[in-house]
Ligand binder design. Structure first.
Ligand code: NAP
Length: 259
């Protein structure tokens, strides 16, 4: 029997990119998986891929920044698959601007989705994990949660908030059989990074391939990380072997950020 057989996982932003890779990885580990996001079509495609692996799956349309939608999502997962004792807060948005051009809307959207959305999901689900005396929360933060960088004030603030939330709740649940950790990747090869390359290209008159090279150069390995590498860490954090790892922000960037 696979290690997570009988467990139910909820992955926000699970229809594409890193979230989709995590959904498939947890399904391979035996978990039944609910994926949520705003785009029904990509969620349905991911659900088909999970069912092809074997476990049960559900797609739930939900904007994580809307509390009532999060409450509905939690109820729907419970009905479809059972209470999720694994939560992966992966839904996120990114954007770049210098401070003077960071608008109220940009700031609010980034904090709402990247930090408040994760807070809503954790507040709804962590009590169920405590009752069950077992639970795993994996928050997909960023190296921008561990270090500042130019032109990403709103993104960096939102990811620092997510890491702070991770550490605080980890301390709160440490004796309850629940762990709460964050993964802090550098640039990962997904549509989000494609958009970053397009943005650099538009701003600097470099072509998109040259822009990608700049992003690859942030890692001493001169490459983008892959969604599957992030998913491997997430699956490990959900395993029994990782039960002692709690309150961490695990960096995956090829060694740029140390310590
Ligand atoms: P992506 O391909 O753009 O995927 C983002 C996911 O989040 C999509 O599934 C999207 O689904 C969902 N999402 C966005 N806003 C949402 C909202 N309001 N409510 C619910 N779902 C929402 O990006 P990715 O690279 O896979 O990123 C996943 C996570 O990793 C993000 O938190 C990101 O900050 C983090 N991360 C990414 C990188 C990178 O280089 N790519 C590096 C470090 C950290 P819908 O659009 O359908 O809602």
């Amino acid at each position: 029997m696979a290690e997570l057989t009988g467990r139910v996982a909820l992955i926000t932003g699970g229809g594409r990119g890193i979230g989709r890779a995590i959904a498939l990885s947890l399904a391979h580990a035996g978990a039944d998986v609910a994926v949520s996001g705003r785009s029904a079509d990509v969620l349905e495609e991911t659900v088909s891929a999970i069912r092809a692996i074997g476990p049960r799956a559900a797609a739930i349309v939900c904007d994580v920044g809307e509390r009532s939608q999060v409450d509905d999502m939690v109820a729907q997962v419970g009905k479809a698959l059972g209470n999720p004792l694994i939560l992966v807060n992966n839904a996120g948005i990114a954007g770049s601007a210098k401070l003077s051009e960071t608008t109220d809307d940009m700031w609010d959207a980034m904090l709402r989705v990247n930090a408040t959305g994760a807070f809503y999901c954790m507040r709804a689900l962590v009590p169920m994990m405590i009752d069950a005396k077992w639970g795993r929360v994996v928050n997909i933060a960023s190296i921008a949660a561990r270090a500042g960088a130019a032109y990403i004030a709103a993104y960096s603030a939102s990811k620092h908030a997510l890491l702070g939330l991770t550490r605080a709740i980890a301390a709160e649940v440490a004796a309850k059989g629940v762990t709460v950790n964050a993964i802090c990747p550098g640039y990962v090869d997904t549509e989000m990074t494609d958009r970053s390359a397009a943005f650099i290209s538009a701003r600097t008159r470099r072509n998109e391939q040259e822009a990608r090279k700049i992003l690859e150069g942030f890692s001493p390995q001169q490459r983008l990380m892959t969604a599957e590498e992030v998913a491997g860490i997430a699956a490990y954090l959900c395993s029994e072997a990782a039960r002692g790892i709690n309150g961490q922000g695990i960096v995956l960037d090829g060694g740029a950020l140390q310590g």
